[in-house]
Ligand binder design. Structure first.
Ligand SMILES: Cc1cc2nc3c(=O)[nH]c(=O)nc-3n(C[C@H](O)[C@H](O)[C@H](O)COP(=O)(O)OP(=O)(O)OC[C@H]3O[C@@H](n4cnc5c(N)ncnc54)[C@H](O)[C@@H]3O)c2cc1C
Ligand code: SF4
Length: 327
């Protein structure tokens, strides 16, 4: 059994100070962290509980109209909050599709973004590339839920549904550490793409956070609010499940389009700019929509067992284009 101490700081400065000490890890709802300890992926010396931090669960609008979501906002709150549903329905729908009601009530936005991949080799103690070994066990083994883009050295996909919607909404992630400025001031702000950059190559985690860094909030710019927003998640079972393939798509008020896929790469995968621009132009007939969906998947490099995901991704893209009024 792994033994660790527990700290529940009451200020962000205290939390950041605690995380600066080696062996300390943050805990949100604990729905993933405690599993990773149980599975032997992590042996923290101390867990730092974030739930008592001021403003941690706040949803507010800034002077520039941006919607700011505290990192401690529960996934269930994201699914139900009137402002989220009104301004960024793609995120509300993505959050509503996460796991079971219990997971949505316990899980937090920060923890959902920073959760580990669900690859069964990793989670069952196999010494793979992400777990102290050199090779990817899934590559030659069972990999039917794995990636079709930018695959390797790790071929796992990231499980976060909210991350896919946030990618299509051009959200930014506020990150703080004790090395930063005044307490409460983000040390740096990154896009969703930058948060997951290099996830397949990173042995320790999937997000570009240092050990002493915390996600403090996620911000969605006013320009991404409203318009036409679409979310679809394909799952294997008629119950809660991780995405085989998911899609978030947004046509902004200015007509521009953003499309992101989940379940296909080590993080959210944004459609090529030329595809988004063609969807924005509209006037597409059925053949053009088919051709665009094929073009979007042109760079896919599926493994033997993930070829079916290419067909699925094309199908969700076709439906997203129609939902955004591309015809
Ligand atoms: C059976 C099952 C089904 C699931 N299905 C889905 C699904 O369909 N879609 C989906 O999106 N997710 C799914 N999940 C994942 C679930 O939503 C996550 O476990 C949850 O969102 C993680 O949130 P948490 O607050 O409990 O994170 P925690 O378990 O507390 O933390 C997870 C990780 O994030 C780190 N962390 C926590 N907060 C922060 C922060 N503010 N800054 C930096 N790092 C932080 C922790 O140190 C840890 O490494 C599922 C999980 C399970 C077990
Ligand atoms: S896909 Fe990633 S986590 Fe799974 S076995 Fe390969 S390296 Fe390990």
């Amino acid at each position: 059994m792994t033994r660790f101490t527990y700290l529940r700081p009451s200020s962000l400065a205290e939390a950041l100070e605690a995380l600066a000490s080696p062996g300390s890890v943050p805990i949100g709802g604990g729905t993933d962290l405690l599993s990773t300890v149980d599975e032997g992926l992590l042996a923290p010396a101390r867990v730092v509980d974030l739930q008592s931090l001021p403003d941690w669960t706040q949803i507010t609008r800034g002077a520039d109209g941006a919607l700011r979501l505290g990192a401690g906002v529960a996934i269930a709150t994201l699914a139900e909050h009137p402002l989220v549903r009104e301004l960024v329905p793609a995120l509300a729908l993505a959050a509503a599709s996460v796991g079971s009601p219990a997971l949505r009530n316990m899980g937090t936005l920060g923890g959902n973004l920073a959760q580990r991949q669900r690859c069964w080799y990793l989670r069952r103690g196999v010494a793979c590339f992400k777990n102290g070994g050199e090779q990817c066990a899934a590559y030659a083994g069972e990999h039917s839920y794995h990636a079709i883009f930018d695959t390797g050295p790790c071929h796992a996909v990231h499980p976060s549904d909210p991350a896919v919607a946030l990618d299509a909404l051009d959200a930014t992630v506020e990150i703080a550490s004790a090395r930063g400025g005044a307490a409460g001031t983000p040390t740096r702000t990154v896009s969703i793409a930058a948060l997951f950059e290099g996830a397949a190559h990173n042995r320790a985690r999937e997000v570009t956070l240092a050990d002493d860094e915390l996600i403090t909030a996620v911000s969605i710019p006013a320009a991404a609010h409203g318009g036409v927003q679409h979310w679809e998640k394909l799952i294997q079972r008629a119950a809660f499940d991780f995405a085989l393939v998911s899609c978030a798509a947004v046509r902004r008020g200015d007509g521009s389009v953003r499309i992101s896929l989940g379940g296909v790469a080590a993080g959210p995968w944004r459609a090529p700019l030329s595809v988004e621009e063609d969807v924005a132009s509209g006037g597409l007939d059925a053949d053009s929509i088919d051709a665009l969906a094929e073009r979007a998947l042109y760079d896919a490099t599926p493994l033997e067992g993930t070829r079916y995901k290419v067909t699925m991704a094309q199908a969700v893209l076709r439906r997203a284009m129609r939902a955004l009024g591309a015809e």
